[in-house]
Ligand binder design. Sequence first.
Ligand code: AMP
Ligand code: ZN
Length: 701
Amino acid sequence: MCLLSHLSFLQVLLVFAKEDSQSNGFCWACEKANFRCSMARTPESALECFSEKHHDLVIIDHRHSRHFDAEALSICMLTCVLFLRPDREEASVMPLINAGFNRRYVENANMMACYNELLQLEHGEVRAQFKLRAGNAIFTALEQSQEAIEITSEDQVIQYVNPAYESIMGYQKGELIGKEIIEVPKSEKNKPDLLETINSCIRKGKEWQGIYYAKKKNGDSIQQNVKITPVIGQGGKHKDRRKGSLDVRSTTSRGSDGEILNKYIIIIVNIIITYFVIQVINIINAAQESSPMPVAEALDRVLEILRTTELYSPQLGTKDEDPHTNDLVGGLMTDGLRRLSGNEYIFSTKQPHHIPSHLITPLSLNDIPPRIAQTMENEDSWDFDVFNLEAATMKRPLTYLGLKIFSRFGVCEFLNCPEATLRSWLQVIEANYHSSNSYHNSSHAADVLHATAYFLCKERVKQSLDPIDEVAALIAATVHDVDHPGRTNSFLCNAGSELAILYNDTAVLESHHAALAFQITTRDDKCNIFKNIERNEYRTLRQAIIDMVLATEMTKHFEHVNKFVNSINKPLAESVKSVLTSPENRILVKRMLIKCADISNPCRPQELCIEWAGRISEEYFAQTDEEKRQGLPVVMPVFDRNTCSIPKSQISFIDYFITDMFDAWDAFADLPNLMQHLDNNFKYWKGLDERKLHSLRPPPE
Ligand code: AMP
Ligand code: ZN
């Protein structure tokens, strides 16, 4: 934006009690100069007109003082011209200057004389006024900027720091202005020759940009992304360097002796986001000290979120006013750090389940009982009902559905493994899901496997993935929650569980699911589906499975979704075909695929969606019950069975996690039926909520 760009449309106000040759002279001159001209006859109309248009130039007729008091009027104007009759020319100009007039003009109606006067005014007073105004605007921008900005003179004396600089570095501007940069303590973390490198760059008039470790007033080092720009002012290039190194104070003190400012150096500090977070954490810590208990506790939760989430989540801080969203975010996206109570939470299954060989049914695809086979007939449709299969298989749906789906995708052929090995593997994996969990049991794994297989058949997905990716996705879906204890990561961290300690409170459950899956698979040849594949292929497959299981961790939710949108959906929208095949992007597609499969329950047909919502709520309620029993922090207080509104919790879950993710996945994979179900389900929960119902379903009529 050019702040001087509207000069050509200069607005002129002529204040003349009567029209005469002089006023006409200025009217014509305005026309010739392409200025906009308005005329006022009285001081009142002049003020009214001025307050509306804010003219750049006001010309007041002062020849006939009986008409109005030009001196009083002029004070309100920006720039004024005063007329004098030739016979009053000798009078002193001082009273007029005091009244705010900038210039006087002796009566001369000649159009060229008027025109020349206007041009001189435009290039002198008016332009100077514009520059002042532009300077003010830029100064305001500097003051408001969130980035720390420092201006020094060429000889590196600090001239200006903005408020952001003060708050980030911990200095008051009075402590810095006038000091040489060299006097401000530096961090030892910078390379020894860094300052010399920067200086030689600046001396050549070039910009320098890079990482710099600054030292705050309190002695802490902070990493900054710094941009240093030399500013060459008027006459700067021709001056002797030493003599020319002026600063603002010396410029102003020399007044008009012609030594105008030479060079400034502007330093813009773009604080790296982690530092910003640390700042926020410090502010919150300070606020907590003087806050009442409930506020301090709420701030505790904010701190948890700040400490543990990647700041990939644009919604954080905007949508989280709702307590349900708060609790979901707190419960799913944090590791419960700072809440360790020392209480041990012991897993119900410390040793992986082995299946006694007499219990392994001699099951093959061909001898699946018809009743069960029937419930799987439509397993390639999105409307497949996993709960029917759960009932028909006495809560063992994963083995049966796994056999059918793995066979459809030729997994045994790919792995070169007998169907019996696959069957044993499915059985032992399923045995390690806890059927006592209301949500995280083998039916959830079967559901995720089903969604994964469905997504793998979508054209775009097929185009981007190789057979090995498909096999990895199916295996990852099958094992992704194995041995889930029915408690969240936060709970395990708070309870100081063995697993939280083993995995350092980081992606505890997901790490466990992946590690246990490989332990179970490889410890016994009977169920080792990887036994016959080549070492390199095994490594690739193993890596892909681990990556996908870890991607189901909710702390990384926004990171995965945003990377997918930025690296895949946006380039695809611009018809960049290669995005589908690059190895990095294949990883992003696989992560998104398993994530969407994992939390696709709000996109299932309504009855299924309601059942899943009931199950997850029950699991959360059980966790809250146990937290209360054991005196542990309650991670998600809204999930209290006595008070929880299930519709509200589902609305929040959909709003916060589901909508954006499925919009992106639908844009990629084309899933109109899922989006329709999602829409219906959302309306269903809204309907219940509007009726102030807390239950899963409306009461019977
Ligand atoms: P996972 O544990 O791998 O199944 O990860 C998915 C997360 O999303 C889990 O922590 C679930 O508790 C949560 N989740 C899935 N579906 C829902 C739902 N309908 N409402 C609330 N949370 C859900
Ligand atoms: Zn899951």
